[in-house]
Write a protein that binds this ligand. Structure first.
Ligand SMILES: [Zn+2]
Length: 126
């Protein structure tokens, strides 16, 4: 691996490697729910929290997600540190993650194109 910063982040657990994810197009990857919860924890809450059950696959999720209030969260998801995303084979960093509004697939892109994309709800931007 040429990119030593990427290698270090992967070793230290500060980045998630998407090389084995399903690729939706060049430079784009489909994330699992667990991966999505790791990079955007504020959208994935634990049982007992008022926001539990609020998931990208739920009804009216976008409207609820927009109204998330950090003070009402009791499970601590807002306080987690985020991580970076990369593909260790192509050595690309990811720059945006969005949830497709119809299919609800969570997609990571090595460009910023999922930010303010009309078909996606952006949950992460590097
Ligand atoms: Zn919570």
């Amino acid at each position: 691996m040429q990119n030593l910063a990427m290698a270090k982040k992967l070793t230290d657990g500060e980045a998630i490697d998407l090389k084995d994810c399903k690729k939706t197009k060049p430079g784009e990857y489909e994330l699992t729910e667990e991966q999505a919860a790791t990079i955007a924890p504020q959208y994935f809450h634990k049982p007992g929290c008022p926001f539990h059950g609020l998931s990208p696959w739920g009804e009216a999720w976008e409207k609820l997600a927009e109204s998330l209030d950090e003070d009402s969260c009791t499970c601590g998801q807002f306080r987690k540190e985020g991580v970076d995303l990369c593909d260790s084979e192509t050595e690309l960093w990811m720059w945006s993650v969005g949830i497709h509004k119809e299919s609800r697939r969570v997609v990571a892109s090595s460009t910023t194109r999922l930010y303010q994309h009309p078909d996606f709800f952006c949950i992460w931007l590097r």
